[in-house]
Design a protein around this ligand. Structure first.
Ligand code: EPU
Length: 338
């Protein structure tokens, strides 16, 4: 486990962007992580890299990049109703979902096929089809990169929000999430509220779905809308769905009656950013190799040789244009590293 200088990150980010790290190393245990922290080149900050599926490398990274490779999935306790499962932060998220689904345990099926690693899942509280990581999260162990001490974060300490947690705020950049513990259900209560799931189950003639059925349906929906990063570089939803006041949503809807919105508590409304971007005319747009996906306007794509800057320039134009047309400022959901 040694530091490599001037390393390419192309294979470590799902946008497939060619950017280089000043130093790079991979760790597969707490011990190897501590060794690397002790031998780290001076004066460079640490950056932790998981699956690289939620970031845009706008330029070279002047940091010591640590690739998370801590594996392992184990049951730490169970009773007749539930199972507590602990997974290494370097496990592929979807492999953990399959581990759970194959045993008939419920909780993760709606989160099938989300790219990225387990260790990154709590950072942005990953979510899809009416379920978020926080719904089955118990705790995580993380090492503070400055003190090298191990800390356990329970649910409350993580301060989860919509695509948000303490690891995107006060604790940002200070911890490496070594493992995550989740509570899974042996008699699953399925979350089928999302219209697309119901429709796809009906299409398949499934009346009493189990977790495997839901997982398969979710995978089919994702595959139909979201590009496979192995084929077309992308980072999933590039922007968050903006949350605005109900008054603002009403005002937009008075001019655009088909606005897609979900009213939330406290007189706020979540707007579908994909809808706003499509209405502004950007769906399927391409500028060089940077583009907007033709089936889902919330996803920016790299058609081949786009640089991080090309993607970011396009994102900035979209933000400005949506703001000019609807008065709503979109915020990136992916981490912009510039
Ligand atoms: N829409 C459009 N045009 C588009 C895209 C979407 O009009 O180009 C409309 C759709 O018709 C729909 C609404 O927007 O009425 C919502 O679209 P969709 O169900 O595809 O979900 P989303 O809001 O675009 C969010 C998450 C996804 C997650 C899906 C399903 C965010 C930022 N994104 O997308 O998460 O898979 O819901 O739950 O919350 C990710 O985070 O990377 C991600 C893919």
């Amino acid at each position: 486990m040694n530091w490599i200088s001037n390393a390419s990150l192309k294979d470590y980010n799902t946008f497939g962007i060619e950017a280089r790290a000043a130093y790079f190393a991979s760790f597969d245990s707490l011990e190897s992580l501590k060794e690397l922290l002790d031998s780290k080149p001076e004066h460079f900050p640490i950056m932790i890299l998981g699956g690289g599926s939620n970031m845009l490398l706008v330029k070279d990274v002047n940091a010591c990049v640590l690739h998370h490779n801590v594996k392992g999935i184990e049951v730490i306790s169970e009773n007749e109703k539930e199972v507590l499962v602990r997974a290494g932060g370097g496990e592929v998220w979807h492999d953990l979902v399959m581990y759970s689904v194959n045993r008939g345990w419920g909780g993760l099926e709606n989160l099938s096929l989300i790219p990225g690693y387990v260790g990154a899942a709590p950072i942005q509280n990953i979510g899809a089809y009416g379920v978020e990581l926080k719904d089955c999260f118990v705790s995580l162990d993380a090492i503070n990169i400055h003190s090298k001490r191990l800390h356990t974060f329970n649910h409350a300490l993580c301060e989860f929000g919509y695509r948000d947690s303490i690891f995107k705020n006060g604790a940002k950049g200070h911890y490496v999430i070594l493992n995550v513990t989740l509570r899974l259900q042996k008699n699953p209560r399925l979350n089928l509220g999302y219209g697309a799931i119901q429709k796809e189950l009906e299409n398949r003639g499934i009346k009493n779905p189990n977790v495997k059925d839901v997982s398969k349906v979710v995978m089919a929906i994702r595959r139909s809308k979201l590009p496979d990063p192995m084929v077309l570089g992308n980072s999933g939803s590039f922007f968050k769905n903006p949350i605005v006041s109900v008054a603002m949503a009403d005002s937009i809807q008075s001019k655009h009656p088909d606005l897609v919105r979900y009213d939330l508590p406290a007189a706020t409304s979540k707007l579908a950013a994909g809808w706003l971007i499509e209405q502004a005319g950007w769906k399927g747009y391409r500028e060089g190799d940077a583009g907007v996906h033709e089936k889902q306007a919330l996803v920016l794509v790299n058609h081949g040789k786009a640089s991080g800057e090309d993607i970011w320039n396009l994102a900035t134009k979209i933000i400005e244009d949506v703001h000019a047309k609807f008065g709503v400022r979109l915020e990136p959901e992916v981490n912009i590293l510039q």
